[in-house]
Ligand binder design. Structure first.
Ligand code: ARG
Length: 357
């Protein structure tokens, strides 16, 4: 299939280059945002008279059909079309003809991908905050049940003073509240609309960025087009907030591993949330805690990877920026999964109320 940028090329791309260049395998996750963003862009192009109202309507209907096809699993993504933006647009043009190609007027994939990422970020941060609240509720539920359950408090991992189990868990509750506030900040940092920056320096066409921002519910628009297409601070802020959140879960993990050992014996994990050993049937292993502790390193890694990707990048867009996605998506999945499984594990674990803990 002809490439969106194929105009000056007289030869097909090498197959290896297609495979190496493509992000479609992972950026297809952005399909909803890509299509919603394109519909808002088309509305704006039609309202400002840059394209005809008829083209605008055909584009919107075509995009909605593509959305339905993707959701029904009927859309075939093509690696040769590189990414979600070109896959959607090629299909649109195939379906509605020239009007489809006019959708890209006054737009570049550089500002398009930035828009998709901002929208996706706001959606996923909201979902993570909801899971975090549920996790906090679980901490409160268990703490409430054990506000008289005594246990040793430790400093230097040596018994220090008697505390209650609730006291200990509520320390994590407070950490989560700070995580929540940080995520609110991440959401706000992403609430800025980059479309209209074009490839680097905007466009001479009379676009209306504020209309797009309003339709897509963004509080403001970028002030500098070069910043708009090369900014990934909001992804770094997300990775740093989630690194801290995972660090908190990881510290709790370490405690649960210790507490569930025979040596401590403070808790027993529910059978549904532990694993056994075929060779050593006496064992009950705290795999979930261990894995959450282990996966924390993965999220830190994504933060370091993106910081490193950005550190030497000249303005504005460079293809290196495509590397922002896999770590970001993986961090989202890791945090969401960890919070969900952890919540149920806490609610089902048994806390031993013995005199000594
Ligand atoms: N898939 C690309 C990315 O994620 C989209 C932008 C491509 N822009 C370009 N000029 N090649 O970064």
């Amino acid at each position: 299939m002809a490439k969106l940028w194929g105009g000056r090329f007289s030869k097909d791309t090498n197959k290896l280059v297609d495979a190496f260049n493509a992000s479609i395998e992972y950026d297809q996750r952005l399909y909803k945002e890509d299509i919603r963003g394109s519909i808002a862009h088309a509305h704006m192009l039609a309202k400002t008279g840059i394209i005809s109202a008829k083209d605008g309507k055909a584009i919107e209907a075509g995009l909605k059909k593509i959305l339905a096809d993707i959701e029904a699993g009927k859309f075939k993504f093509d690696v040769a079309l590189e990414d979600i933006h070109m896959n959607v647009e090629a299909r649109l043009t195939e379906a509605i003809g020239d009007a489809g190609a006019r959708l890209h007027t006054a737009r570049s994939r550089n500002d398009q991908v930035a828009l998709d990422m901002h929208m996706y970020m706001k959606k996923e941060v909201t979902a993570i905050m909801e899971l975090l609240v549920k996790f906090e509720e679980a901490l409160l539920t268990v703490a409430k049940k054990h506000d008289k359950t005594l246990m040793p408090g430790y400093t230097h991992l040596q018994r220090a003073q008697p505390i209650t189990f609730a006291h200990h868990l509520l320390a994590y509750f407070n950490m989560c509240q700070r995580d929540f506030r940080r995520l609110q900040g991440v959401w706000q940092g992403a609430d800025i609309m980059p479309l209209g920056a074009g490839a680097i320096a905007g466009t001479t066409l009379p676009i209306d960025r504020f209309q797009v921002a309003k339709e897509l519910k963004f509080a403001e628009v970028y002030g500098n087009s070069m910043d708009a297409v090369s900014d990934r601070d909001y992804v770094l802020e997300f990775l740093s907030a989630t690194s801290l959140l995972m660090m908190h879960l990881s510290r709790l993990s370490e405690e649960l591993c210790l507490w569930s050992s025979t040596e401590f014996g403070f808790i027993e994990l529910d059978d549904g949330f532990a694993t056994g050993s075929s060779m050593m049937p006496q064992k009950k292993n705290p795999d979930i805690s261990e894995l959450v502790r282990g996966k924390t390193g993965r999220v830190y890694g994504h933060l370091m990877a993106l910081l490193t990707t950005l550190k030497g990048l000249p303005l504005a867009y460079n293809k290196d920026l495509q590397e922002d996605k896999e770590g970001f998506f993986d961090a989202i999945d890791t945090v969401k999964f960890s919070l969900t499984v952890y919540r149920d594990m806490l609610l089902t674990m048994k806390v031993n109320k013995g005199e000594d803990g």
